[in-house]
Design a protein around this ligand. Structure first.
Ligand code: AMP
Length: 380
């Protein structure tokens, strides 16, 4: 068991912020490294190192100040994590896990080899591979950049060869994955946490609704059969085990009739787990802290049905209106991330509504969503 006092977080966004708030409640110091000053995480952490993720001197400084380093998003340079590991620093999840999960091609092959079902896919790095993928996988398909994509960025749904060639041209030489389009009924995800002793706990399976590739709503529990929920949890546990991950992770699935397909792995806390701050006795953030700090992992218990709604910017002002009305409901919790500018589609805040059942929570969430809008700040 490690004696951990200070946790380092690569990344300063809202996931890091919520992770920090939970870690601090549990008595830890937190240092974050993020290029933008006054980041959502930096506002609540003990310290923020303002530096680029590939600034190896700053990365070394983070390692020296912390007993364990983790990350809140997977698009950090692998070399930075490798440098920490070479310096003898503890990084959880490890660089080996990051290497696989930051590359969709490696990740898909890993998941397939772990025995999970995934949509047929092929790697595309030149025109001949593109033509091969068109011939073998067919249409409709989704073309995605193998690295660096998030929230639906770097992604094209293609219905014929000319769409596919246009997507290839638009990607400007980036390595791509050409994947069969899954006409799913719904998308679900599960958050798990795995400790250094191999214990794995899983949160309830959640149902996720997206808008333009960005998560809009998470419904807990997902409206799937017990059998599907059990298979989702079993496959997620298998993947976590085979990866040897230490920490919280999320696996997203497509559900089509009684089939499930793994879509992707996030080796970190995840937007679809925000609800756990208010609806389970241990949040995904606490589970992550417990896992990386060698504390016991306990099974999350859901108090009530829950619906989490992301509040995105609209570029029409930075002040959120309707909070007074929103908070009149005793079953609604609001979480605001401390970002100054509510740029279009930027994740600014979320709320979670609890209800006796999913239908009740969803109805309240829909009403609540309609109460909120953005307006310009008062000029001072
Ligand atoms: P991803 O970045 O892979 O999570 O993709 C973002 C969103 O695009 C997913 O949540 C799905 O809604 C959609 N999507 C991605 N891949 C596929 C696929 N193979 N078939 C259907 N929809 C997909």
């Amino acid at each position: 068991m490690r004696d951990i006092e200070t946790i380092g977080i690569l990344g300063g966004g809202q996931l890091g912020r919520m992770l920090t708030l939970e870690a601090k409640r549990m008595g830890y110091r937190v240092v974050t490294l993020e290029p933008l000053p006054n980041s959502p995480c930096g506002q609540v952490a003990d310290e923020q190192i303002v530096a680029a993720y590939d600034d190896l001197r700053a990365i070394g400084e983070l390692g020296a100040r912390c007993d364990v380093v983790t990350y809140e998003f997977e698009n950090i340079p692998l070399a930075s994590v490798r440098t920490l590991e070479t310096d003898g620093r503890l990084v959880r999840p490890s660089g080996d896990v990051l290497r696989i999960t930051q590359d969709r091609l490696l990740e898909k092959a890993f998941v397939r080899d772990a025995g999970c079902t995934i949509a047929p896919f092929a790697g595309v790095s030149d025109p001949s591979e593109l033509e091969h993928a068109i011939a073998t996988i067919g249409f409709p398909a989704v073309v995605k950049t193998a690295r660096g994509g998030y929230d639906g960025k770097g992604q094209w749904v293609v219905r014929n060869a000319s769409d596919a060639r246009a997507a290839f041209a638009e990607a400007k030489g980036a390595i791509l994955i050409f994947e069969s389009f899954v006409p799913f009924d719904l998308e679900v995800s599960v958050i798990c946490a795995r400790g250094s002793d191999g214990t794995i706990v899983s949160f309830p399976v959640t149902e996720n609704q997206h808008d333009h590739g960005v998560l809009a709503t998470t419904i807990v529990p997902a409206r799937v059969s017990d059998d599907i929920a059990a298979r989702v949890k079993a496959q997620a546990a298998t993947v976590g085990e085979k990866l040897g991950i230490i920490g919280a992770y999320c696996i997203e699935f497509f559900v089509m009739a009684d089939q499930i397909f793994v879509n992707e792995i996030a080796p970190r806390v995840h937007n679809s787990g925000h609800y756990s701050l208010d609806a389970t006795q241990i949040s995904q953030y606490e589970a992550h802290v417990r896992a990386i700090c060698d504390l016991p992992l306990v099974t999350p218990k859901l108090f009530d049905a829950a619906v989490m709604v992301n509040i995105l910017g609209t570029n029409s002002g930075d002040r959120l209106d309707g909070v007074h009305e929103l908070l009149a409901d005793p079953d609604t919790k609001l979480h605001v991330y401390g970002k100054r500018h509510a740029a279009l589609r930027r994740k600014m805040a979320h709320f979670t509504v609890l209800g006796d059942d999913v239908a009740a929570a969803l109805a309240k969430a829909e009403t609540a969503r309609g109460l909120l809008s953005w307006r310009p700040s008062r000029s001072r």
